[in-house]
Design a protein around this ligand. Structure first.
Ligand SMILES: [Zn+2]
Ligand SMILES: [Zn+2]
Length: 158
């Protein structure tokens, strides 16, 4: 596979574990992963799904660090409510002291994301909770940006 050389990138940046992914997939990635998302109407979401699928396969991105969901083909914050996203072993959407599910409250206006145990009503203080908050905030921001650019492109005829 050919990768573009990027001479201006410093050694420090290269070794950074969480460098940002490219916003748009290359032709090889579209060929490999694009078909699954051909009917996704939000093109930025489709691009993100392809980029993250490719990054995950290349072991550049952990499944739980994704801002788009491979299972539901949605932004992370849109389907985090699904039972599929309760992972007892890792503590994702799970309160260990209660052994109960946690719910995620996403405020699309303020951009706030809260994880709250359905039993004790507290936020599980775990790396998994922080990861949910981080990824959902990022996906929320991306979705809002996508919506705004869509409005700019198509204008509001009304
Ligand atoms: Zn999902
Ligand atoms: Zn609890």
């Amino acid at each position: 596979m050919f990768l573009h050389a990027c001479p201006e990138r410093t050694e420090a940046e290269r070794s950074e574990s969480r460098r940002p992914l490219r916003p748009r997939p290359g032709p090889v990635e579209i060929l490999r992963f694009g078909e699954r998302y051909a009917d996704v109407r939000d093109r930025r979401l489709a691009d993100t799904l392809v980029v993250e699928d490719a990054a995950e396969e290349n072991e550049e991105l952990q499944a739980l660090e994704r801002t788009s969901c491979h299972v539901h083909r949605r932004w992370a914050h849109e389907c985090v409510h699904s039972p599929v996203h309760v992972i007892v072993v890792t503590g994702h959407r799970w309160c260990r002291s209660c052994e109960a599910e946690a719910s995620v409250a996403v405020d699309e206006v303020s951009g706030s994301v809260e994880v709250i145990c359905t039993r004790c009503r507290r936020t599980p203080d775990t790396a998994a909770t922080r990861q949910i908050i981080r990824t959902c905030r990022a996906s929320l921001a991306a979705a809002l940006e996508s919506r705004r650019s869509h409005e700019v492109r198509h204008g509001s005829a009304a």
